[in-house]
Design a protein around this ligand. Sequence first.
Ligand SMILES: N[C@@H](CCC(=O)N[C@@H](CS)C(=O)NCC(=O)O)C(=O)O
Length: 224
Amino acid sequence: MSDLRIYGIARTRAFRALWAAMELGLDFEHLPIEIGDAGARSPEFLAINPNGRLPVIVDHGFVLFESLAITLYLAKKHGFGTLYPAALESEAKAWQWSFWAIAEVDRGVNIWSLHAVRLPPQERNAALRAEALSAIAAPFKVLDAAVARWPYLLGNDFTVADLNVAAVISRAVDMDLSAVPHLHAWLTRCLDRPAARQALELKTKADNETPAEVTRRIARINRL
Ligand SMILES: N[C@@H](CCC(=O)N[C@@H](CS)C(=O)NCC(=O)O)C(=O)O
């Protein structure tokens, strides 16, 4: 058994933690817990993460929830000076982009993907889809401009800032991104990395195996 355990089926935000662990080449155990009463809301899981949400990690007994706190922690612990920027200002930029992704685009991309791709076609809501696209249009322009001059958010090198933002909006690869070509190129570049592909393979498999009833529950629980 590995000393690092990552809980959460790869379809969920656990994808972010899995990608970070793979990017860092870590030895870890993946426990593909599902959402809901039999999984993340079970008494055993609630004892680890009282939020009843995914993901959570246990690293040598240290418990951490919130997907991007997890990626930042793993990157700082195992990739300081490479995946995790060493300079104070660059570190702050990585935090900036991470908080930005959660606050500005996480919900919109999630709503869009449910109502454009994941829910059965007859249950998709066109108005919600349009509202989600309109909510992310301005932040996507901001991101587009940020990656117009350099290959990555902090310059020439891929860092946890890119990993976090690209992981949060990974489902946007299925959108028409022609209005934001730099964002499109950057997202493709990030998701083309070997570790990203490895994590995406798990995510796609989990997506394909998810029953429609679970997707409906996701939409219901999150009011999406
Ligand atoms: N802000 C949290 C959100 C976690 C979250 O909402 N996870 C979803 C799966 S992607 C979940 O567990 N939903 C099930 C539930 O709330 O019961 C994070 O980024 O880790």
